[in-house]
Design a protein around this ligand. Structure first.
Ligand SMILES: C[S@@+](CC[C@H](N)C(=O)[O-])C[C@H]1O[C@@H](n2cnc3c(N)ncnc32)[C@H](O)[C@@H]1O
Ligand code: SF4
Length: 341
């Protein structure tokens, strides 16, 4: 159980509050900005099963993180619903004393048939990624011709099951920026919070260029011209999205402007890849191996010390540095499909 005296902070005084667990590196989509087919095609070697952390290992790590002040868990991937028996893991995490919130980020393709089971085992929230309401653009962006209607069915099923739902849209200039207003209108009517994400230079395979980023501020102006919006205060310390409300309504949108308005200074997230590499930044080059200590029989106390050491030496702030050093720092970076956002 979390003991507040053990709240750890990194070198920039940022507390450890969230753990993002990638449960698989595989995905049934090939989004161009994340897993482009040229690289993640038929010859790509995904992780063999024995390298994936087991549910027991993941639960143990989560319990140790909770003892250090972590309260929120997000399950991600690759596509998390491609991991076999995922609800079993969520049930195990739900059983840990001190976990206050369990969320999942998903492409929504397998959500309709899983939503009810996920809710029953203790999942609180889902973030569903959807980049367009137009089948041809969405099919092109997801790289597999996958239809919008399946994702919308997933969103409806999740809401009907009682899960809180948010929708994430990555906006890429020249690709889907014409979808911004239709998406805003649709999700305003549906009553789900839509969050616009600036296209980021994660990994090295998506060929990111700064001129493909639609700055969040420009996006706000576009929406405001159509339907007036006003800024809101953050819900909590470290919230990544800047919130806006439609004037005179409770309905909201969010903006995740990690390129033009870096939020490194309040980042409270640790990230674990499916093979047990620990990262403290989305833009890291290398992780810290946690699987070996787990499989070499280290005690909980030793693993806890290992994580304390990892977090207390953390000083990364890539997005802030990128602001003064665009376009993109040239370095090898971990792919998004390994650590899941
Ligand atoms: C890597 S995915 C993993 C979870 C799941 N497969 C999904 O798509 O929601 C997590 C989030 O990262 C976002 N993402 C992936 N690549 C990105 C990029 N280059 N820039 C911004 N967001 C990106 C996706 O749109 C998604 O919302
Ligand atoms: S963004 Fe999600 S759905 Fe798209 S390729 Fe990456 S992991 Fe798959």
């Amino acid at each position: 159980m979390h003991d507040p005296t053990h709240q750890i902070v990194d070198k920039l005084q940022r507390p450890l509050r969230d753990l993002r667990i990638s449960v698989t590196d595989q995905c049934n989509f090939r989004c161009r900005y994340c897993m482009p087919e040229e690289i993640f095609g038929a010859d790509y070697k995904f992780l063999p099963k024995e390298k994936l952390l087991t549910f027991e290992e993941l639960t143990r790590i989560t319990r140790i993180f909770v003892s250090l002040g972590m309260e929120k868990v997000r399950i991600t991937g690759g596509e998390p619903l491609m991991r076999r028996e995922l609800p079993k893991l969520i049930r195990m995490i739900h059983g840990i004393d001190g976990v206050k919130d369990i969320a999942m980020t998903t492409n929504g393709s397998l959500l309709a048939k899983n939503a009810q089971a996920l809710k029953e085992v203790g999942l609180h929230r889902v973030t569903v990624s959807l980049d367009s309401l137009d089948d041809s653009r969405f099919g092109k962006m997801n790289g597999r011709g996958f239809k919008v209607s399946h994702v919308l069915e997933g969103i409806e099923a999740a809401a009907a099951a009682g899960l809180k739902v948010k929708v994430n849209m990555v906006v890429q200039k020249g690709m889907n920026d014409e979808d911004v207003l239709p998406m805003a209108k649709y999700f305003r009517e549906q009553g789900h919070i839509l969050r616009f994400i600036e296209y980021m230079d994660v990994g090295n395979s998506n060929g990111w260029k700064l001129d493909q980023v639609l700055p969040g501020q420009e996006l706000v102006e576009r929406i405001h011209r159509e339907t007036p919006i006003e800024p809101l205060e953050p819900n909590h310390y470290g919230e990544v999205a800047s919130r806006y409300r439609y004037v005179g309504e409770e309905r909201e949108i969010g903006l995740i402007s990690s390129v033009t308005q870096a939020f490194c200074s309040t980042c409270t997230r640790a990230r674990l890849s499916a093979e047990g590499q620990l990262y403290s930044c989305l833009f890291a080059s290398a992780g810290t191996d946690l699987r070996s200590p787990l499989r070499e029989g280290w005690s909980d106390t030793e693993i806890r010390e290992f994580i304390v050491n990892f977090w207390s030496h953390r000083e990364d702030r890539y997005s802030e540095e990128r602001l003064s050093n665009t376009p993109g720092l040239k370095k090898k970076k971990i792919e998004m499909s390994h650590i899941g956002g």
